[in-house]
Design a protein around this ligand. Structure first.
Ligand code: SAH
Length: 258
């Protein structure tokens, strides 16, 4: 019997993948790999597995969602086991839920293997505990990708006073910061952006909300990055901050540890 898995590969560092994920991967005949997955995790796949990259980075157009599901169904119906490998956790953004629905509609059961989501791992990589109780009663994972009708209700989110962890927010960071300020969030609110977290090329910027988008732009940070907004960002490690000391483009008031 062929099997289907939706596997979270974690945020980047191969060692942050679960044992269950590595074991499932080792059984797959076919591995469909997303953009943000560190290719090093393929060391756990069988040497003879068919590996298909379906992401849009590296100049290739992304495979449309329906095409990915169709590909999975073709392989499964031909008796091949399929591992769908996604960055972070398969059910935190990244459309794992949609793929599960589509497979269920086709009468196929899919096994979900959780991964460590970037929204927790990226802040942790610079010492930010997203729910530190001195700063927040909870954390909200929100997409920054939406605009227009898909725009999150920033006003309502500010009112929760919870830590905001924003995925896919880099392109619209200026708009988002503006919306938060307009909704009454203090311009002094500590913020962090962490790019390529848990990978060797990890970088970050820290600034207060009023200067945040400018600081991120000056530091040249881009996607993929997680944005953390709220008091917990003040806990970013002094050590992590000092690794940025050479970067004069950062706003001088970014060391919250003083
Ligand atoms: N399923 C993934 C999220 C997919 S959405 C997860 O659970 O982590 C893609 C977004 O995730 C990116 O735009 C970025 O905001 C974030 N992301 C993923 N990997 C990241 C990493 N290593 N460092 C920083 N952000 C990352």
């Amino acid at each position: 019997m062929s099997r289907a898995w939706l596997i979270g590969a974690g945020p980047g560092d191969v060692e942050l993948m679960t044992l269950k994920a590595t074991r499932a991967l080792a059984q797959a005949d076919v591995v469909l790999v997303d953009d943000l997955v560190n290719p090093d995790v393929l060391q756990f796949a069988r040497a003879d597995a068919l590996v298909v990259y379906v992401g849009k980075r590296g100049g290739h157009p992304s495979t449309p969602q329906a095409g990915i599901v169709a590909m999975m169904l073709d392989h499964l119906r031909a008796g091949r086991s399929v591992a769908r490998l996604k960055g972070g956790d398969p059910f935190v953004f990244g459309r794992g839920g949609e793929e599960q629905q589509a497979l269920h509609e086709a009468g196929i059961d899919v096994e979900v293997v959780n991964g460590i989501t970037a929204g927790i791992a990226a802040p942790a990589a610079i010492g930010i505990p997203v729910t530190h109780r001195d700063h927040a009663q909870g954390v909200v994972f929100v997409t920054g990708h939406g605009a227009g009708s898909a725009e999150p209700d920033w006003h309502a989110l500010v009112a929760t006073r919870m830590t905001l962890v924003i995925y896919m927010g880099m392109r619209r960071l200026g708009d988002i910061a503006g919306a938060l300020l307009a909704a009454g969030m203090s311009a002094d609110t500590p913020c962090a952006a962490i790019e390529s977290a848990t990978r060797p090329e990890q970088r970050h910027a820290l600034a207060r909300l009023g200067e945040f988008s400018q600081a991120v732009a000056s530091a040249g940070l881009g996607s993929p990055a997680i944005v953390v907004i709220g008091g917990v960002a003040s806990l970013a490690l002094a050590q992590a901050v000092s690794t940025q000391a050479a970067d004069a483009t950062l706003h001088p008031d970014t060391d919250f540890t003083r």
